[in-house]
Design a protein around this ligand. Structure first.
Ligand code: ADP
Ligand code: MG
Length: 399
């Protein structure tokens, strides 16, 4: 990974205006946030800059206003939540540039924090218009990007600003980039990847990237059914993309050439109906799935074999649950894997990095959120990174 500057490289920022891109796209209900994890994530960066005497201006998008002002999508709606998490009052500024921003900056004291309005109210944001970025940049002395979750988009405040001002990674961005680098950029070998989830079609690019990078590719979840079908297994009524079996075979061939071992389950948990603890529940060999049965989790032997593979590995990257974990008992393999990964990480034998909306939920359900090396909550940006793509927001920091 190319080098990027961090807050350690700032120098004296007393009285300087720091434009800080953060993720404040909070889930809302009845006018207040239901989850402030994203604010907590950027708190260290914001407070560090304030403590160093900068005037901190927060830039964030909120929802999808589509390039025009929307009375219900102003970032002022999250001002209270941000103040609560930061433990500080902040000033809301209903613009991104122009005289109102100038006036506000002149009122702010060193160490004060301002919140600009929704960057996506202006079409120049998503259009990454250089003139628009320049107008925002004219108010600042430096740019800090602490929103990895938006780094897969080349927008004015996620990418463009880095071309107009000295650019730095915030603390959350720095942690995320270091964790991702330790997992796939420059990992300790051997490396295992666990890829699960519902469908192969949503993760083709991920699988294709991983076979060239890891020694073990462990496939679970619904997508394992497509791989099993490609090997001639009759998966009954399971979720399976039969039109992608050739693609699955091709990925297995590529893995062979690259020296990557693909692990598919050899036992599975099946049922005739998809419901909690259904009467038809049973565990069987993959070759014994009946025509009217669905595979809903990988089996206990496969889970144990997977755990043995991880014991031999130094690094794990994990995206996607191994079964339909929202419904008992189809969470068993995912929960067992989560606990095993947590234990190996705590013993110091494994660096473990996981991401993906449902994967994050599964780790929380297993109660091991604090016991793995790093959990990415970045969603789309995390998946694009798993696909091996260069993220424009990250590349701009590295220039
Ligand atoms: P993430 O959000 O972590 O990237 P995905 O969205 O790709 O993960 O996949 C998660 C979904 O896959 C879950 O809703 C889970 O129920 C489903 N799933 C996993 N295994 C199976 C299976 N065997 N059959 C049907 N759905 C499954
Ligand atoms: Mg998901």
């Amino acid at each position: 990974m190319a080098a990027f500057k961090t807050l350690d490289d700032l120098g004296d920022v007393t009285g300087k205006v720091a434009l800080v891109r953060v993720d404040l796209n909070l889930p809302m209900k009845d006018g207040s946030a239901t989850d402030v994890t994203r604010v907590e994530a950027v708190k260290p960066t914001v407070l560090e800059l304030a403590d160093k005497g900068a005037k901190v201006l927060l830039l964030a998008h909120f929802g999808r206003p589509g390039g025009k002002r929307s009375s219900v999508l102003s970032t002022s709606f999250v001002q209270g939540d941000v103040e609560e998490v930061l433990g500080k009052e902040i000033m809301f500024i209903p613009e991104l540039s122009g005289p109102v921003v100038d006036q506000s900056i002149s009122i702010l004291r060193n160490g004060d924090i301002g919140l600009l309005d929704n960057t996506r109210f202006w079409p120049g944001e998503e259009g990454n218009d250089p003139g628009f970025a320049q107008a925002i940049a004219s108010h600042g002395d430096l740019y800090v990007n602490d929103a990895f979750s938006a780094a897969h988009r080349a927008h004015a405040t996620t990418e463009g600003l880095a071309h107009h001002l000295p650019a730095f990674a915030g603390r959350a961005m720095e942690r995320e980039l270091n964790a991702l680098d330790a997992a796939l950029g420059n990992p300790e070998q051997p490396v295992a990847a666990v890829v699960g989830g519902a469908k192969v079609s949503t993760k083709l690019a991920v699988l294709e990237n991983l076979v060239g990078k890891v020694q073990h590719l462990i496939i679970g979840g619904g997508m394992a059914n497509t791989f099993l079908a490609a090997r001639g297994v009759d998966v009954g009524k399971s979720l399976c993309e039969h039109d992608l079996t050739d693609t699955a075979s091709k990925i297995m061939d590529e893995a062979d050439h690259a020296g990557c071992t693909v692990h598919l389950p050899y036992d599975v948990v099946v049922a005739r109906e998809f419901a909690p603890n259904p009467p038809s529940l049973r565990t069987c060999n993959v070759h014994e799935v009946a025509a009217d049965e669905m595979i809903l989790d990988i089996g206990p032997s496969a889970t144990e074999a997977l755990a043995d593979v991880l014991k031999t590995c130094r690094t794990l990257v994990w995206n996607g649950p191994l079964g339909a974990f929202e419904t008992e008992p189809f969470d068993a393999a995912t929960m067992a894997l989560a606990r095993h990964v947590a234990a190996l990480t705590q013993e110091g034998s494994l660096t473990s990095v996981a991401g993906g909306g449902d994967t994050v939920a599964a780790l929380a359900q297993a109660g091991v959120t604090a016991d793995v090396t790093y959990i990415s909550t970045a969603g789309g940006a995390f998946l694009e990174w798993m696909e091996g793509k260069v993220l424009p927001g990250v590349a701009a920091l590295a220039d």
